[in-house]
Design a protein around this ligand. Structure first.
Ligand SMILES: [Zn+2]
Ligand SMILES: [Zn+2]
Length: 324
């Protein structure tokens, strides 16, 4: 159920339900601004979702019509999906980062979005049967986006939002999504961190829209760390105070994951070579270690399946048969 609560005078947390396992809620934030509010993020669109937002607003004495300006931290459905009906109802502007193609390019065309995802899977070696099963499931998953809506203003670095709590400055923080921004109120040292820094460590990156989302994410962590925030209002979960500690934990987790990737890559490369050149036992051991590190497990299994001695014997027999 949608729920509203005051964080500090003039700033409210709107906790909105999500239909996702493991992520039951997302946050929107209302900030007093003159006779109305600035709303940051929207919740996901779905049956009854606008009523959930209204319920949360009502609990803190606010209404959808109070929204003077809608700002989104990034164009994921749980933060932007409900933008269109909010703009329709409140008659407000929408501000969002211009690199939103990761969401907007395919949101209006779910079939194209699915086709793109399947093609990425195909090129990564996912078997056709698995892709077909995924496509069957994906058909029934709603997009969570009411309607694609373009921003009235680009939320670029240095853009400022005026509120009763003072001026909030936009900081571009790509990585989790190319369109991600954080908002910072310098006098109070309050950071609206979206999904860039969450209360728990969670690493998710929109691949395929920029060359190095992980590198961008690390640079964005540095950028936000330098702000020295003392309170973070994140896209999911409760507000938290140890902002620097959370940033450090993200860095630590990521470098461990990266190191595993580098090690796994080496093991797979050497193991694959050995498998194909006949040192199958030794090669297979290296490939299995890469798989256990979580490095390109499908590729590893394919190498093992293609080079296993019985398969090679069979291939030799077949080619002899063809020759004869
Ligand atoms: Zn997100
Ligand atoms: Zn989110």
């Amino acid at each position: 159920m949608g729920r509203g609560e005051r964080v500090v005078p003039g700033l409210w947390r709107l906790r909105l339900p999500l239909p996702w396992p493991g992520v039951p809620h997302g946050n929107a934030w209302a900030i007093a601004s003159g006779t109305g509010i600035v709303l940051v993020d929207t919740g996901m669109h779905g049956p009854g979702s606008l009523a959930q937002l209204e319920r949360a607003l009502d609990q803190v004495g606010l209404r959808l019509e109070d929204v003077r300006l809608l700002v989104v931290t990034h164009a994921h459905s749980d933060h932007w999906g409900q933008a269109a009906p909010i703009v329709d109802r409140a008659g407000c502007e929408l501000w969002m980062h211009p690199d939103h193609a990761h969401a907007t390019a395919t949101a209006g065309d779910p079939a194209a979005a699915l086709a793109r995802r399947l093609e990425v899977g195909r090129q990564s070696g996912v078997p056709e049967a698995a892709l077909a099963a995924y496509a069957e499931r994906a058909k029934d998953i709603p997009s969570g986006i009411a309607r694609v809506i373009a921003p009235d203003r680009d939320l670029l670095a240095g853009v400022e939002l005026e509120t009763d709590l003072g001026t909030w400055t936009v900081h571009e923080t790509p990585g989790h999504a190319p369109s991600h921004v954080c908002l910072f109120q310098a006098q109070r040292r309050v950071l609206i961190s979206g999904d860039h820094v969450l209360g728990r460590i969670s690493l998710y990156f929109d691949y395929g829209y920029s060359p190095d989302p992980v590198g961008e994410f690390l640079a964005s962590l540095d950028r936000v760390d330098a702000l020295d925030a003392r309170l973070a209002l994140s896209g999911h979960g409760k507000p938290f105070v140890d902002v620097h500690g959370h940033i450090e934990a993200n860095r630590a987790r990521l470098s461990a994951a990266e190191l595993r990737g580098i090690r796994g890559g080496r093991l797979l490369r050497i193991g694959r070579g050995a498998c194909w050149t006949g040192a199958w036992g030794e090669g297979a051991r290296l490939v299995v270690r890469a798989i256990l590190l979580g490095h390109r497990p499908l590729e590893g299994v394919r190498v093992l399946a293609a080079t296993a001695p019985p398969v090679r014997r069979l291939r030799r027999m077949l080619s002899r048969g063809a020759d004869g």
